[in-house]
Design a protein around this ligand. Sequence first.
Ligand code: C2E
Ligand code: MG
Ligand code: MG
Ligand code: MG
Length: 282
Amino acid sequence: HAKESGLGQLKCFEDGMRERVLRQSWLENELRLALQEEAIMAYYQPIVDTRTGQVRGFEALARWKHPERGFISPAEFIPVAEDAGLIVDLDRLILKQACQQLKLWKAEHPHLQDLYLNVNMSSVQFSRPEFAAVVQSTLQETQSEGIHLHLEITESLMLQRTQMVAEHLQALHDLGVKLHIDDFGTGYSSLGYLPRFGASALKIDRSFIRDILKAPQQAELVRTIITMAHNLGMTVVAEGVETIEQQQWLLQEGCDYLQGFLFSPPVEHSKARSFLIETLEV
Ligand code: C2E
Ligand code: MG
Ligand code: MG
Ligand code: MG
């Protein structure tokens, strides 16, 4: 009976909705607690120089290990943090941890003065009046230098053309902090804004890298992005590099930096340090 099955579907839909809403509000409450307790931790994924294979820096990625439920993926909790207005605190917590870590690594290994860290920053930060001041005070408190901090932002920030965003960009520039455009190619930004935006690097999204050896058109797209970035004076980082074949292709095409499971997944600071020492010794 058509009507019954229609109602049945509606019920299923409602059940699914209810479950999702419950899960969201559970996540939101737990996340709020985790942030208060600083129970969210930065993990570090190496970014290597394509030519030498040496680690040049790390991307800090938020990891949340729930006391009962174990690890919860950023793919799940970042959108919740954004909706609940918790992303600002989360980003700042990771920024603080990352700067402290960088300071420790440099104190231990004085020859690593050029090591840098990439930290993800939600576009929402840029509509907070205190944002640039928070970055500045975090750098001061951790005795870190702006030139070793790269903030990863998404293309959506390029569309937020307000006075406040412009002021933050200028303040970050004055601190020496560089901007990397994350997941490049997946957003809806207008390419026209790119030259004026002042980012120092493009990170080509993993979804493009995945198919470079399988789909000639994807390869052509990546080649074009690399050329364009270089012509605009930007460096290029490939995300999600998983195979030696991809590494070789990217080397041949002049991609500057690589990041991906081929080298290491994001790991806790002690493992990141071992990785750093090992690759620098060879
Ligand atoms: P993202 O910034 O583009 O980070 C790269 C993601 O790709 C990470 O996922 C990383 O674990 C994953 N990845 C790296 N190499 C490979 C690879 O070779 N293969 C595959 N399959 N995956 C790889 P993760 O850590 O789950 O983070 C997902 C997203 O969550 C991040 O994407 C970023 O947008 C967001 N995120 C994570 N931490 C933070 C944070 O502290 N603040 C903000 N605002 N966003 C964050
Ligand atoms: Mg990122
Ligand atoms: Mg990325
Ligand atoms: Mg990505």
